[in-house]
Design a protein around this ligand. Structure first.
Ligand SMILES: NC(=O)c1ccc[n+]([C@@H]2O[C@H](COP(=O)([O-])OP(=O)(O)OC[C@H]3O[C@@H](n4cnc5c(N)ncnc54)[C@H](O)[C@@H]3O)[C@@H](O)[C@H]2O)c1
Length: 504
């Protein structure tokens, strides 16, 4: 189904984009070896020079994205609603112990019925720190570190059920594929993939191995998002017409912080589109039953120019050699706006801006025939068709009480208390649901098709931006099954719910 030559080529291109502070040569070689593509390295290396011309979205029309979108695929097995055999104790391995990995290490011990068997990071000190921290919570994980491919040894173990993948974006696909091929479920941070081929590879692997590949899109579990999902399901909004989501988060200082890893800054070079669509889009897709009754049909996308990153990189490089590799480059336009039309005729707008000095916003606007809700700018608000004003706080509170779903009623306060990331509780809810579903042999709330659909906006928006905002089809990763698939995100906790939340 997927052309191996093109996949290898794209993977090499992808990995070459993230120049982290460590040598990437080995990663590329090992990746090719791991994916069984080593034999085509020669062919790949012949193609690579040709690829340089397509690296900059400002100079090319990214025709390969369109080619991938046009390819026909067949579903082998429908993973939507699939329940894997139940597990008494969920045995976990974790790859990537940076900023988000540290949050996860602090969070997971709050969930009953798990054992953390192994942790891995390229940097040995991070693995050792995580091990010590987990030992204080009663776990005794083995560590893997030191090499670009140490994670493969973790995947090979036969005493792990699910592997968390919390690494730079370009490593998500090879690691998740390896996890599933080795008989483990993959729980992958956002976005799950950066290319259409990567998305399809995950879909194909999940279907073939019947292993879950869930993207840890935590914003689907934020409390207002869950409230509006419940309201939508109860018909409060009437027919859903339009939704808006965003990732507007001023990370300007962080991407130019020498103390942080630099892969994110590197990702912003020679690309132009929405690099981080899933936080804003995921909750809207849940409300619209995307992949379960509706589907994203096509997308158009526009980016502003870069007014900030290039200037900052050039300025820093004048006095500090560390920044020289980042100077005089093409940076992603600061604001990206993408619009999606769904097969059922709805519209979705998604924005991305991580550099402009603005208050944080994921927007989360739901607009229906009977009512409207909007989260940002805070406070959260709801309006109904009878007036053109937002409801008063007292009226809002009444609705909140009526529509708060069972998952928040039962676990909301505990989730807020056990939240190392300052994310308000959603991180615990997504992880608890994952573990509880695995322990009870239930379908997961989100599947590989959701992971692929939310993430594919990244390459699609790049294509559209490079082509004067022309439209491009959103691939149907369900191969038509979306028309019959049923919503599975069980916010009413009709099944399961037996896993306890505890103090770590
Ligand atoms: N859902 C959320 O709210 C949220 C928040 C932050 C980050 N994230 C996601 O989490 C992921 C990690 O982000 P972060 O902020 O922790 O980045 P980070 O750079 O702080 O951490 C990444 C870690 O991966 C390790 N790593 C790199 N290459 C590796 C390899 N070959 N083998 C093993 N380890 C390797 C690095 O050493 C580092 O410790 C990203 O995908 C990001 O998008 C999600």
């Amino acid at each position: 189904m997927i052309s191996c030559g093109k996949f290898a080529n794209k993977a090499v291109e992808q990995l070459s984009r993230i120049k982290t502070s460590y040598a990437m040569k080995n990663t590329r070689r090992n990746f090719l070896k791991f994916t069984g593509l080593a034999g085509i390295t020669m062919a790949g290396s012949q193609i690579i020079p040709g690829c340089t011309a397509t690296k900059s979205s400002t100079k090319s029309n990214l025709s390969e994205v369109r080619e991938q979108v046009m390819k026909k695929h067949t579903q082998r097995f429908n993973m939507s609603g699939y329940a894997a055999p139940k597990l008494d104790t969920v045995r976990i391995g974790i790859i990537g112990l940076g900023s988000r990995g540290a949050d996860t290490i602090a969070l997971l011990p709050h969930i009953d019925g798990i054992d953390i068997k192994a942790v891995c990071d390229l940097v040995p000190e991070k693995a050792e720190t995580a091990k010590k921290q987990l030992q204080r919570s009663g776990f005794n994980p083995d560590t893997y570190s030191g090499k670009e491919d140490s994670w493969k040894y973790l995947c090979e173990r036969n005493d792990i059920d699910v592997i968390y993948i919390i690494t730079p974006w370009a490593l998500h696909v090879p690691m998740a594929v390896c996890a599933m091929e080795s008989g483990k479920h993959a729980a992958v941070e956002v976005p799950v993939a950066e290319t259409i081929e990567g998305c399809w590879q995950l879909v194909e692997t999940s279907e073939r191995t019947r292993k879950h590949c869930i993207m840890l899109e935590n914003c689907c579990y934020d409390f207002f998002e869950l409230l509006t999902l419940n309201m939508a399901r109860q018909g409060f909004f009437g027919d859903i017409i339009h939704g808006e989501g965003a990732y507007i988060h001023d990370r300007f200082k962080r991407v130019f912080d020498k103390e942080q890893t630099t892969w994110r800054l590197q990702e912003n070079i020679n690309r132009n589109g929405n690099l981080y669509p899933t936080h804003g889009l995921g909750p809207i897709c849940q409300v619209m039953n995307i992949n379960r009754g509706d589907k994203m049909d096509y997308l158009v996308s526009t980016s502003s120019n870069d007014f900030m990153m290039g200037k900052m990189a050039d300025k820093l490089a004048e006095t500090d050699d560390f920044w020289k590799p980042y100077a005089h480059k093409n940076y992603r336009g600061n604001m990206n706006v993408s619009t999606i039309k769904t097969n059922k005729g709805r519209t979705i707008m998604v924005q991305h801006d991580v550099t402009s000095p603005r208050p944080y916003s994921r927007i989360h606007l739901i607009s229906g025939t009977k009512a409207c809700a909007q989260k940002y700018p805070l406070p959260e608000r709801i309006s109904i068709a009878t007036g053109d004003e937002w409801l008063s706080l007292a009226e809002y509170k009444k609705l909140e009480e009526k529509y708060t779903p069972e998952i928040v009623k039962r676990f909301g306060e505990m989730a807020k208390a056990a939240d190392p990331a300052g994310h308000g509780g959603m991180d615990l809810l997504i992880n608890w649901r994952l573990i509880d579903c695995l322990r009870n042999g239930l379908p997961l709330d989100m599947d590989v098709y959701d992971a692929a659909a939310y993430s594919c906006i990244e390459p699609l928006s790049e294509w559209s931006v490079a082509n004067r905002s022309n439209s491009i089809d959103v691939p149907d990763f369900t191969c038509g099954a979306w028309e019959k698939n049923q919503p599975v995100m069980d916010i009413a906790l009709e099944k399961g719910g037996t896993t306890k939340v505890k103090s770590a």
